[in-house]
Design a protein around this ligand. Structure first.
Ligand code: GRF
Length: 222
């Protein structure tokens, strides 16, 4: 990216474990990038403490201060644009974004969603997988488009389910996989290997399957 250090903006609403995994990958020199700022829509969350400990600048734009979604998003865009990021990473950011917002960053905004998309967009994915008796559950990194949880898939990790699984046990096994696949997707993007083209994600100029790349190792690791 023009010989300068690529910039990432990370948006969070909670614990920031994916933020941590991505920052750990950068710190271990898996790829060269800088997290320019971590933006949260809530104060007093663990993710902000993690960012501060890692010396990453933070900003809080509380959604509850903005009754209108458009105005919240406009403020969010203003903060993001100060940093001119190459990539925007949604890491547990629990706000639905307006289409204006998504259009502005299309092709350089990615999200992680705890299901094997297109299965189970939206909330409560772990409970839904348990209720349906699914043999596998998982997590997907995808490009963000205007429709919720439905942009082109980049990478998925499949996790086997067990009869005695609870939401907590599934969350735990799936988060282990999140921390593997999200840094991989970010690395691909930052290295210029990953693009969005229409309804597909391209890796090294070739369209990935609709599932995204499925990390088979995750099945073995559970
Ligand atoms: C993850 O489970 C992710 O799949 C979902 O939100 C959660 C964020 O966790 N989108 P953390 O804040 O990164 O720990």
């Amino acid at each position: 990216m023009d010989g300068r250090t690529p910039k990432i903006v990370v948006l969070i609403s909670g614990n920031g474990s994916n933020l941590q995994a991505i920052n750990d990958a950068i710190c271990s020199e898996s790829f060269e990038a800088e997290i320019a700022v971590v933006i949260s829509n809530k104060s007093n969350i663990l993710g902000l403490d993690k960012a501060a400990k890692a010396n990453i600048p933070t900003a809080v734009i509380e959604h509850k201060d903005y009754p209108e979604r458009e105005i919240f998003d406009a403020n969010l865009m203003k903060e993001i644009d100060k940093h001119q990021p190459d990539l925007i990473v949604l890491a547990g950011f629990m706000r639905i974004l307006t289409s204006d917002f998504v259009r502005r960053y299309e092709g350089r905004i990615i999200n992680i969603h705890p299901s094997l998309l297109p299965k189970y967009p939206g909330l409560n994915t772990h409970q839904r997988a348990i209720d349906a008796g699914d043999a596998f559950h998982g997590v997907t990194v995808h490009f963000v488009t205007a429709e919720l949880d439905s942009g082109p898939n980049i990478i998925q990790a499949k996790v086997k389910t067990f009869e005695n699984d609870t939401v907590d046990s599934l969350v735990k096994r799936i988060q282990e996989q999140e921390h593997i696949i999200y840094p991989i997707a970010v690395k691909w993007f930052i290295e210029g290997r990953l693009q969005m083209s229409g309804n597909s994600a391209l890796l090294d100029k070739e369209a990935l399957p609709e599932t995204g790349l499925v990390l088979e190792a995750a099945e073995v690791l559970h």
